[in-house]
Ligand binder design. Sequence first.
Ligand code: HEM
Length: 394
Amino acid sequence: MTLPASYPIARSRPLDPPPEYQLFRTGRPITRITLDFDDSVVWLVTRYEDARTILGDPRFSSDFSTPGFPARLTAQPPGPGTFIRMDPPDHSRLRRLLLPEFTRRRVQEMRPAIQRIADSLIDDMAGASPPVDLVESLALPLPSQVITELLGVPYEDREYFHFTTKTIGDQSVDPEERMKVRNDLKTYLDELVAGKEARPVDDMLSRLGQRREEAGVSREEVVGIATLLMVAGYETIANQIGVGTLVLLEHPERVEELRRDPDKLPAAIEEIIRHQTVIDYGARRAATADVEVGGELIKAGEGVVVVLASANRDEEIFHDPDRLDFDREQRDHLSFGYGIHQCMGQLLARTQLEAAWSTLFRRIPGLRLAVPVEKVPFRHDMFVYGVHALPVTW
Ligand code: HEM
């Protein structure tokens, strides 16, 4: 097998990253490669230790406008509040405003609401006549409903909100149409935040509205934060539910293991998140100084793509990395990133996955794929990997 000269690399098996990653890890773990979408050349980082080194080093910028940052030429620069694409001090200022909303206690408080949403969706699913598409009936609506509850979107606007989250994340919709929906949503959110500032209630947007001036954050930035949460907290989790359910259905012995010992679910979730790393394209950075990593000199102004899916299958760190093993001792995967940008929604994501899978396999014990796995439409060439649809029966 020869090493490919361009990225992304096609998978040969849908539930495993491309086998070439292993060759890179053992042969050229940090290497120059051409990005397919704009022919720019970046550093591809495939080993776990190097991935952590780069993501933890402040000399690697997440700012979209840093020279060399790997981005599609046609991509719109992220607007105010989009702190995932910012460096300190702006990143720290905005992330700090949001931190109290994602503490363990806050997420625990949301647990009953998340369980209620999962119960209702899975009840509807169980009442339908199979086959049904699990993506439509569970994977998409669960995070969409959770995010509306979390932010405090009024009940009567929820249909509109679900439509917008779905459209913004749907790559098959025309980019101009998606941008229009996104701008409409901004206007809607701006009015919503203004209303909550005038008449605060007990929800996230009201709290952010009340705290923002003291934290030096504008209303426009709060609107940007809300949009970021919708985007970051929707497509990721929806696909993690989709492809995670599929990997479980492909390993009935693992489902049986969970049935025998439900206390294993948290470990199982961690392992599924490692095994099925949905941020397929990787974490992107640009060097702001010359930095030596793993024996290579990355120069200021050069772009870097850290392949989380490869780091998570690094045989130096994870014994027999391709195996789905709920008893694994090493659980520190990189699916939620690492360093100052590590995912803020990870506890919320785990809680949603727990509610979804514990309820699904208890309520519909005979759940199985309705088509051969080769017929499942996988999301190749998407920034977030997963399945477009998952036909299931019982
Ligand atoms: C399984 C589901 C999820 C996965 C795999 C995931 C993955 C990630 C990754 C890899 C990053 C770091 C990106 C980088 O370093 O460039 C990140 C950041 C982030 N995620 Fe998630 N995420 C998930 C769910 C969520 C949810 C549910 C929310 C919130 C509702 C959320 C909110 C965020 C935010 C706000 C950031 C930016 C943090 C920062 O820049 O400081 N994510 N996520």
